[in-house]
Ligand binder design. Structure first.
Ligand code: HEC
Length: 202
């Protein structure tokens, strides 16, 4: 191969390289690739962490556990609340209001207690469903609440505590009936594949 031929080959390779670069550049200019910052479709419960544990957005159901809940366990769990709440009839308001008869009662019902506006602006009564959501994650359910309590994660714990609470002056409020239990299960029980992912994450 003489040097002339080497030069030709070199020139050809160089030319091809420049052509490829140019083609890429022109293609970029024509197509304007734009990478969106957020996923086009938000995937419920995934929080961007692919393969990570699914973060529950709703508490597990508890109504089916109320009727057979362990009262002694509920009483023990109420110690987590006792620093701020009394439970006996006519008991004092502390950091939080007295909770005698709270199950089934109107929210923010104690006129003498300084509730947060976050709580007074909510409506309705403390039925099982509301208590389940509130005790699971108070600040999630009532954003801005003054109740500085992180929440009770285990559904069995919440059920035992709520059943015990009901025995403190809310005896006339009925236990959940079959229809309410089924409705709650339909609303809160995770779809099967999600449950499997959660199971695997534990
Ligand atoms: C650190 C103090 C504190 C702890 C611990 C605490 N609470 Fe509270 N709780 C409060 C305060 C303060 C309020 C009033 C919230 C507001 O006004 O936003 C409240 C409100 C409530 C209410 C609503 C009462 C009403 O009249 O509407 C319920 C029900 C309740 N707490 C249950 C519990 C239970 C059950 C526990 C234990 C698992 C608990 N709390 C633990 C401070 C506390």
């Amino acid at each position: 191969m003489d040097s002339m031929e080497k030069n030709k080959i070199f020139a050809a390779v160089l030319c091809a390289g420049i052509m490829a670069m140019l083609a890429g550049f022109i293609a970029d200019q024509l197509v304007h690739p734009h990478m969106p910052d957020a996923d086009a479709v938000a995937i419920e419960g995934v929080d961007g962490a692919v393969g990570g544990p699914v973060k529950a957005k709703m508490p597990d159901p508890i109504m089916h556990l109320i009727a057979t809940a362990d009262m002694a366990k509920g009483e023990k769990l109420s110690k987590a609340c006792a620093a701020c709440h009394s439970f006996d009839q006519g008991g004092p308001d502390k950091v939080g209001p007295n909770l005698h008869g709270v199950v089934g009662a109107a929210k923010a019902r104690k006129s003498g207690f300084g509730y947060s506006s976050a709580l007074t602006e909510t409506s309705g009564a403390w039925g099982y469903e509301d208590l389940n959501f509130f005790l699971w994650k108070p600040k999630n359910y009532v954003p801005g609440t003054k109740m500085n309590y992180a929440g009770m994660k285990k559904p069995g714990d919440r059920a035992a505590l709520i059943a015990w609470l009901r025995a403190q002056g809310s005896g006339s409020f009925p236990a959940p009936n079959a229809g309410e239990i089924a409705a709650e299960a339909a609303e809160l029980a995770p779809p099967e594949e999600e449950a499997a992912v959660e199971e695997a994450a534990h």
